[in-house]
Design a protein around this ligand. Structure first.
Ligand code: NAD
Ligand code: DAU
Length: 336
């Protein structure tokens, strides 16, 4: 069995590569990643020499390269994590989101179709559903209503995946997950940013009134869900993934400050994100009842473990923040 995992040097992708390399020693796992600012091979140091693992640097949107790779490797499964993933960056530079998230997905779908893969799994997001009011949950039937250029590009990709299934019979699944947290989370995102700023006694920027709600899921629980959908998901189906862990951003920030024994005076309310979705909350009944998935982390233990991980891995995030890691990538691989 040969798996292509794209974006495997990023936050969730690297956790998933590690999970699969350890769980399935008989699978051959190829990690295709462009190593953008968010891709970091340091995330995979412990498994880089595993006999069932190989890294390839490349762009999922480079059609010729992607076709060549599929021809050479003859993948059975494709799991696409590769993406531009940060909402704030999509507001300042939407073009790269369309290029990677839509054109990149299209290039992968064409190669998956031409080389008859057993399954193509698209890792998507609950953000494609838009925003919720105070009540209700996103189900797989909730209409797509993306509000940011990031979520619009993910929704566009999801529709292409659906279309390749309906039109060309490509075997596919789409997973739509809520906010992940855990080790190797890139320091531009809420939880790692707040942990690192607090450790450095820097201000913690809270957008708007801080009462926006996200539904937090530990990254390992997400990995387990993807593994299940990959092996047991019904062809053509969408599965929502979420842990019933709704928290306001202020609650998250206060939890981090308390754990680190830092003062709440570090919190600073700043200008809101344009188009800021108010609330996400996932109904994961389908994944639970059909495939028997259940998350194993309680948020209270998961967040403590995560904070401890950042305390024990200071060099990892200092290299990112100082730009040292990007210099290393340039020296090894040249400019992007
Ligand atoms: P990330 O930004 O940490 O990692 C993205 C990875 O993709 C990086 O390693 C980057 O180098 C790589 N990449 C970017 N452009 C590429 C290209 N053109 N070709 C090859 N590789 C490229 O992202 P993440 O938070 O790990 O998210 C992974 C996936 O999961 C994304 O598709 C995202 O939309 C989805 N998702 C994320 C979350 C979350 O909370 N982080 C929740 C739901 C879904
Ligand atoms: O819901 C899944 C999505 O979760 C994924 O699809 C995205 O790839 C991922 O980045 C994440 O998107 P969010 O926009 O929810 O995550 P972010 O960490 O950027 O922000 C979380 C919340 O915290 C959001 O309400 C904005 C707020 N925020 C964020 C930052 C970076 C702040 O208040 N201050 C900040 O500095």
């Amino acid at each position: 069995m040969k798996l292509l995992i794209t974006g495997g040097a990023g936050f969730i992708g690297s956790n998933f590569v590690r999970y699969m390399v350890n769980k399935y020693p008989n699978y051959e796992i190829v990690n295709l990643d462009l190593l953008t600012y968010a891709g970091n091979l340091e995330n995979l140091k412990d498994i880089e020499n595993a006999p069932n693992y190989k890294f390839v640097r490349g762009d999922i949107a480079d059609r010729e390269f992607v076709q060549g790779l599929f021809k050479e490797e003859k993948f059975d499964y494709v799991i696409n994590f590769a993406a531009e993933s940060h909402v704030d960056r999509s507001i300042t530079d939407p073009g790269i989101f369309v290029q990677t998230n839509i054109q990149g997905t299209l290039a992968l779908l064409d190669a998956a179709k031409n080389f008859d893969v057993t399954k193509y799994l698209q890792v998507s997001t609950d953000e494609v559903y838009g925003t919720l009011g105070e009540t209700g949950y996103f189900t797989e039937e909730t209409p797509l209503a993306a509000n940011s250029p990031y979520s619009a590009s993910k929704a566009g990709a999801d529709l292409l995946v659906r279309a390749y299934h309906e039109t060309f019979n490509l075997p596919v699944n789409i997973t739509r997950c809520s906010n992940n947290y855990g080790p190797y989370h890139f320091p531009e995102k809420l939880i790692p940013l707040m942990i690192i700023n607090a450790l450095n006694d820097k201000e913690l920027p809270i957008y708007g009134d801080g009462l926006n709600i996200r539904d937090w899921l530990h990254v390992e629980d997400h990995c387990q869900a993807i593994d299940l959908v990959l092996h047991k998901g019904r062809n053509g189906e969408v599965y929502n993934v979420g842990g019933n862990n709704e928290r306001t951003n202020i609650e998250i920030v206060k939890t981090i400050l308390e754990q680190l024994n830092k003062p709440e005076s570090l919190m600073k309310f700043v200008k809101d994100r344009p188009g800021h979705d108010r609330r996400y909350a996932i109904d994961a009944t389908k994944l639970r009842t059909e495939l028997g998935w259940s998350p194993k982390y309680y948020f209270e233990t998961g967040i403590k473990q995560t904070i401890n991980w950042y305390l024990s891995n200071q060099e990892w995030w200092e290299n990112i923040i100082s730009g040292e890691y990007q210099e290393y990538v340039k020296s090894q691989y040249g400019d992007r």
